[in-house]
Design a protein around this ligand. Structure first.
Ligand code: WTA
Length: 655
């Protein structure tokens, strides 16, 4: 990371504002003092063992941790089922008839499902999957909007030991096919559509297009969501099934499979530095313990809370803090199908007031959009039910933090900024709301039982200044491998320093109290509106267009999205650069990957800046896109190229 890149963070380190937890909050908090940190420090395996004991195991583990770097196994030989822990475990308690999920459709429809009802639906759907031949270890792709059935599908897979592979509904048919094929999914669960800003997202249509290229798929299960849409659908005999028809008359008795702690619970694809997304593999026992423990501590969950995490189930946050974590804790979750600005920009505040949400967890990109829309939207609603706020997905700038704290939390609610990743499975760095003094811009200390630090390139600890975030000990919910590519797992995460130290790919700084400030990715991964996208993926999509010879993609700072995508493209000989081509290229990327990868700016240029050995100098392209002074150009083959490029970019996009 260059000095320029970190200068804005130096200003942040000067940030003096600090907020102690309100006394009343601490008095009632799940964690009231720093005992848990001490306990974890003194006996880290014992700490995790105690957390694990709060869940129900069919048979106990023989060993807490078996670590043969870079692989770790947790709760060795223990037998557990996460779906059982989310559902059955609560049925002999007063939670039995408590709301598990309150769901609101974008069209205003509301459904509430209790723990007992959810249990029955999950058992029934587990039996439907079995009827279709799904067995333990089979892969089931889930490509759905935010529906109660999405949670049912995940929990049913987990119940029978099938491995789910949830693909975000915003991904294109090509991206879906890639994820189905890499995992060899046997079944796809989808829906006719979902509402998004008043329009129907046609997921079944996309699925049809994808599965044409997916020989492993035997069955497609389709949830009916949109009234009247079904006549438009192609339902292929033998392959396609309506969810409600499969469910009709199916038995609601389905004992949970006794799984090994290390059996795979799910795969979730995420972007890396190469073109191909990687299937992050998670365990059963360790994942359950991580999701449960962090949910309880960070979100301070109490029996009467209504917890709303706004993430989509297509991302890890939706796995750990919409479905698994809250249900493991026996909480009530609010789930919302649609957009935050439909039909009006106060939709979220309307829902918080209506459902009396008490704990609210969202992303900085959303908070910055709310700020821009105006204070009057939240001001018009009674937000007094809120008692705790959370943030995730990217660094939250102090301005957004203070706005969130003041306008949403009314100065009463702690704001926890949580750092973690698809690979970590659960929150790794965060304040504990009843204990930690909050400092805007800092995510807080490492969670108890997490050994996080900052290292330099050589592996020396950095006490002052910026370096690379590193995790020195394994933790229960950590990634186990990359699906089908263990070598890539070792290479990506455990070869930066030694094979014991996990490299997350983020830069970080630490203050004297041990709070971490996360500086963002240090690799070729962008974070656009909280979504991880590899620059190589977008480049591959661009060069897939017949007119494109070469493409280089970089990120530039963006007021709302955090980062926006900028592409520099050179064309093949006879292709003509005009406005129509620019929008065609943007659409091509959307078509190949999904709307989340749409480039903000595309600059067509005869040459890209390259070193004498032919390597594209992305650093210079970032300087251009962000309107900064150019860094060192002496290694360029042709220094004139950057000057021309900069003039051209400024003329087009006014950087
Ligand atoms: C970034 C999302 C700063 C980070 C849970 C990480 C954050 C990537 C924060 C993982 C935060 C996530 N502060 N940066 N609180 N949370 N990130 O896999 O760069 O979608 O590596 O997991 O998001 O994104 P992923």
């Amino acid at each position: 990371m260059s000095a320029q890149d970190t200068s804005m963070f130096d200003d942040l380190l000067q940030e003096k504002r600090a907020f102690d937890p309100p006394e009343e909050f601490t008095r009632n908090a799940v964690v009231r003092n720093d005992e848990c940190y001490k306990r974890a420090q003194e006996d880290y395996e014992g700490y995790w063992e105690d957390e694990a004991k709060e869940l129900k195991w069919f048979s106990p583990w023989k060993k807490v941790l078996d670590w043969s770097p870079p692989h770790a196994r947790w709760f060795v030989d223990g037998k557990i089922n996460i779906s059982f822990n989310c559902l059955d475990r609560h049925l002999n308690t007063p939670r039995r008839n408590k709301a598990a999920i309150i769901w609101e459709g974008e069209d205003g429809e509301v459904k509430t499902i209790t723990y007992l009802q959810l249990f029955r639906e999950v058992c029934k759907f587990s039996n439907c999957l079995k009827k279709l031949g799904v067995r333990k270890g089979d892969i089931v792709a889930i490509y759905m909007p935010m529906l109660v059935e999405s949670a049912i599908a995940m929990l049913a897979c987990a119940r029978i030991g099938a491995i789910h592979n949830v693909v975000f509904g915003g991904f294109s048919p090509d991206s879906l096919a890639e994820r189905i094929n890499d995992s060899k999914a046997k079944v796809v669960i989808t829906a006719d559509g979902g509402w998004r800003r008043g329009r129907v997202l046609g997921l079944k249509h996309n699925t049809d297009r994808a599965v044409e290229h997916c020989p492993s798929v035997e069955h497609v299960i389709n949830v009916k969501r949109i009234p009247g849409e079904s006549y438009l659908l192609n339902m292929e005999d033998g392959r396609d099934h309506w969810y409600h028809q499969l469910m009709y008359g199916t038995s609601d008795s389905c004992p949970a499979e006794e799984l090994d702690s290390e059996d795979i619970s799910f795969i979730l694809y995420t972007s890396g530095t190469t073109g191909k997304p990687k299937g992050i593999v998670h365990s059963t026992g360790g994942y359950a313990v991580g999701a449960y423990s962090t949910n309880k501590y960070v979100f301070d969950l109490k029996e009467e809370d209504i917890f709303w995490c706004t993430a989509d189930v297509g991302w890890i946050t939706g796995h750990s803090y919409v479905v698994y974590g809250p249900l493991l804790c026996g909480a009530t979750i609010l789930m919302y199908e649609g957009a935050p600005d439909f039909p009006e920009k106060d939709r979220f505040w309307n829902m918080i007031a209506h459902h009396k949400v008490s704990v609210f967890y969202t992303a900085p990109t959303a908070i910055r959009a709310f700020m821009k829309w105006g204070d009057e939207y939240p001001a018009g609603h009674d937000l007094s039910s809120l008692r705790l706020l959370g943030s995730v997905g990217e660094p939250i700038n102090p301005e957004a933090w203070i706005w969130y704290y003041t306008n949403i939390g009314k100065g009463r609610c702690p704001v926890v900024d949580t750092w973690w990743q698809t690979e970590t499975g659960s929150i790794m760095i965060s304040a504990l709301p009843g204990v930690t003094t909050l400092k805007p811009g800092f995510a807080g200390p490492a969670m108890p039982g997490i050994d996080a630090t900052v290292l330099d390139e050589k592996g020396n600890e950095v006490v002052q200044g910026s370096g690379l975030l590193a995790i020195r000990k394994p933790w229960p919910s950590m990634i186990r491998t990359i699906w089908g590519d263990d070598e890539r797992y070792v290479q990506t995460y455990f070869s930066k320093w030694d094979n014991r130290t996990y490299f997350p790919g983020d830069g970080a700084k630490r203050d004297a109290a041990g709070n971490f400030m996360i500086l963002g990715r240090v690799d070729d991964v962008l974070n656009v509106a909280g979504h991880r996208i590899g620059t190589m993926e977008i480049e591959s999509a661009l060069v897939d267009h017949p007119a494109v010879a070469e493409a280089a993609v970089v990120g530039k700072a963006h007021e709302i999205k955090g980062q926006a995508i900028v592409a520099f493209v050179s064309l093949k000989g006879s292709s003509k650069a005009d406005i129509a081509l620019l929008s065609e290229l943007k659409e091509h990327v959307v078509e190949k990957i999904g709307a989340l990868a749409r480039p903000e700016d595309i600059l067509i240029t005869p040459d890209l800046p390259k070193t004498r050995s032919g390597k594209i100098m992305r650093r210079l392209l970032r300087d251009i896109a962000e309107g900064r002074a150019l860094s060192d150009v002496t290694t360029l083959a042709d220094p004139d190229v950057v000057a021309d490029l900069r003039a051209e970019y400024e003329e087009n996009y006014g950087a």
